[in-house]
Design a protein around this ligand. Sequence first.
Ligand SMILES: [Fe+2]
Length: 281
Amino acid sequence: MNALIDYTIDRLSPHTGAEVRGIDLREPVDTATRKRLNDAFIEHSVLVVRDQKLSPAELLAAVRLFGEVFPQHNTKFALPECPLIHYISNQDKYPDGTRYIPGGGYHTDHSNAERPPKATVLHAVQLPDQGGDNQYFNLQAAYDDLSPKMKARIEGARAIHVYQSRYSERKLLALPDTAKVPDSVAHPLVRTHPENGRKGLYLNPIRTEGIVGMDDAEGLPLLDELLTHAVQRQYRYRHRWRPGDLVMWDNRCLLHKATADYDMSQMRYLYRVMLQGDVPA
Ligand SMILES: [Fe+2]
């Protein structure tokens, strides 16, 4: 049994990320520990649990400490032995034979769902010798720093999210015919976190096609301006992967991207699972 005294939680940057050491998620977790981990997740937005070695079934049990599992959209990546868990790999190809790097541009996961996943969890199975960091950008801190004029301008605005924005520079792999995703959904451009109450931008350049009630000539530059602001260095926590890392992040208040800066002949392979969220408000 994991007990409170056995582990530590330490901040990884001034605004985003905390590292948990001394816990084994294959073991049962008591109520106090579960609460402390959930509280740390809400406070720090990225939780890095070091030194895990979880099978898919053990990973699924571990993430249920934090919520209900969200069915991911592209079942092409589902593990046959545990379909709620997908894999992230640098070994897949587009139909034209070029390499597909999942998560290669700024985004938040599955925002085209009516109730997008509150969290995504990755567990490192195989990592390149160096590189392949995940970068996270804190959209609550970015919102706080907007001018009063910009805050007033975007208050109440809703952005249109689709599976694949026609404006996205990064192309996703096509969904299988059986996938069930909405044609489009509108989510607030500024959302209030249901658990910590903070306001943050809700952006996703891969899936966003515009702002409701604004023509593209106005809406697209506005989205670009907000994105340029949000991905500044001061809002970033850059996660350098170590073997055994389990990383869980809060999709409700972060943008993230994977960094394709490593030797692609080396395998980068992680398990991915998501947790159900609320309708953004
Ligand atoms: Fe992602």
